[in-house]
Design a protein around this ligand. Structure first.
Ligand code: S3P
Length: 433
């Protein structure tokens, strides 16, 4: 087991580029594999999660060449995937298993999808139930991985109102819908990340989007295209908070994806009084990108607006660190989804913040955080197999007088393999022990 020892640090400076977006990296492999022709991807995230997706498609006969973060996918067309000879192990990755359950439900062969201990606890009924309505056949114990999918089912389109704001459910059903008879229509009451819709269009597949309804006709084809993966705002988020809370800081994060379905973190920190400026906005491969400059600021507590919750869903662990350094109280409600991420992020963050000396109250669908000081010595935090917990508590060292030990940080490899290197480059002081 690897641990972090994060020493007190102040004054972050410099300019860095965080790795490619995880959501876009997964989707580039999935869509590139079922497209006709060669899809070239640059800036692919070389994290364990996206590499698990890559390997799974190789196991289904897709030739994928990888040179660092450049990937060439020799698409096999919508009906060209081959039956894998063993279960597809998707590690820690919820995005891989949920999206692939949709895609594999529509194939002519059987498949099994499994993952690590954390993934094996995550709810899959949210995709199994609507896929069942489309005609899919999926077996599992208590709707948790491993999942056994029986192929050769002709799927039919559905109209489906998402019961939870989830891009993973939406994307799963859109991927199944590519193979279904008729028009699949998904209705979302809250906006969630739209990378699947954007990328399908990039592959020449018509998708209609209006007033929260996303629809596509089954039976079309995808044509290969080139994809430049922008930097992941969910990874940038750690340093956006770090530079906001560390005194006398001024950092720039280059070419970060600022797709409006992902920028809840910027809106929340803005409401808290952060000093963030976006420059050189441009479109890269269908996604909006900008350089993000962050300077230190005196943050204040807020009530987090509900509509921002799905737009910042992965950033709450580090937002809780920001809230702990703010004056006054921050309240989050309407976020019970946080309880079923890689860990129960409400409880695990609450436990860790208490260890650091912060006053919190756990709510059933959120948390109440009283800004204060990380006042405890010899703090030991457990990551609970959750990469974003590991990295968030490392960021707390930007405002702590004492070292913080974070246990079980191998999981950082799932989404941000060079986190430590970049953190230390801008002036943090974290050691792997
Ligand atoms: C993701 C969607 C989100 C997010 C996850 C990645 C995606 O999950 O938490 O890290 O790539 O579609 P939900 O859509 O289930 O909230």
């Amino acid at each position: 087991m690897t641990n972090f020892k994060a020493y007190s640090s102040h004054s972050l400076n410099g300019s860095i580029k965080v790795p490619g977006d995880k959501s876009i990296s997964h989707r580039s492999i999935m869509l590139g594999s079922i497209a006709n022709g060669v899809t070239n991807v640059s800036g692919f995230l070389e994290g364990k999660d996206s590499l698990a997706t890559l390997r799974a498609f190789q196991q289904m006969g897709v030739q994928i060449e990888k040179e660092g973060s450049n990937i060439a996918i020799n698409g096999v067309g919508k009906h060209g995937l081959k039956s894998p000879t063993k279960p597809l192990d998707l590690g820690n990755s919820g995005t891989s298993i949920r999206l692939m359950t949709g895609l594999l439900s529509a194939q002519s062969f059987n498949s099994q999808l499994c993952g690590d201990e954390s993934l094996s606890k995550r709810p899959m009924a949210r995709v199994i139930e609507p896929l069942y309505m489309m005609g899919a056949k999926i077996d599992s114990y208590e709707s948790k991985p491993p999942l056994s999918i029986t192929g050769n089912q002709q799927l039919s389109a559905i109209n489906y109102i998402l019961p939870v704001a989830s891009a993973q459910i939406k994307s799963c059903l859109l991927l199944a819908g590519l193979y279904a008879e008729g028009e699949t229509c998904i209705v979302e009451n809250s906006t969630t990340r739209d990378h699947t819709e954007r990328m399908l269009r990039g592959f020449g597949y018509p998708v209609n989007i209006s007033n929260g309804q996303i629809s596509l006709m089954g039976g079309g084809e995808l044509n290969a295209c080139d994809i430049e993966v922008p930097s992941d705002i969910s990874s940038a988020a750690f340093f956006i908070v770090a530079a906001s809370i560390a005194k006398e800081s001024d950092i720039t994060l280059n070419a970060v994806n600022i797709n409006p379905t992902r920028t809840g973190i910027l809106d929340i920190l803005d409401l808290m009084g952060a000093n963030i400026t976006l420059t050189d906005k441009r479109i890269v491969a269908g996604e909006l990108v900008a350089d993000i400059r962050v300077c230190s600021a005196e943050l204040h507590g807020i009530n987090i607006p509900h509509e921002l919750v799905p737009l910042a869903i992965d950033e709450f662990p580090v937002i809780f660190i920001a809230a702990s350094c703010a004056t006054g109280e921050t309240v989050l409600t309407g976020a019970k989804e946080l309880r079923v991420k890689e860990s129960d992020r409400i409880q695990v963050m609450a436990d860790g913040l208490k260890v650091l000396g912060i006053e919190i109250e756990v709510l059933k669908d959120g948390i109440r955080i009283q800004g204060g000081e990380f006042s405890k010595q010899n703090s030991v935090i457990k990551s609970h197999q959750d990469h974003r917990i590991s990295m968030s508590f490392a960021i707390a060292s930007c405002r702590s007088e004492y070292d913080i030990r974070i246990e079980g940080v191998d999981n950082v490899q799932t989404s941000f393999p060079n986190f430590l290197e970049l953190a230390n480059k801008i002036g943090m002081n974290i050691e792997e022990i």
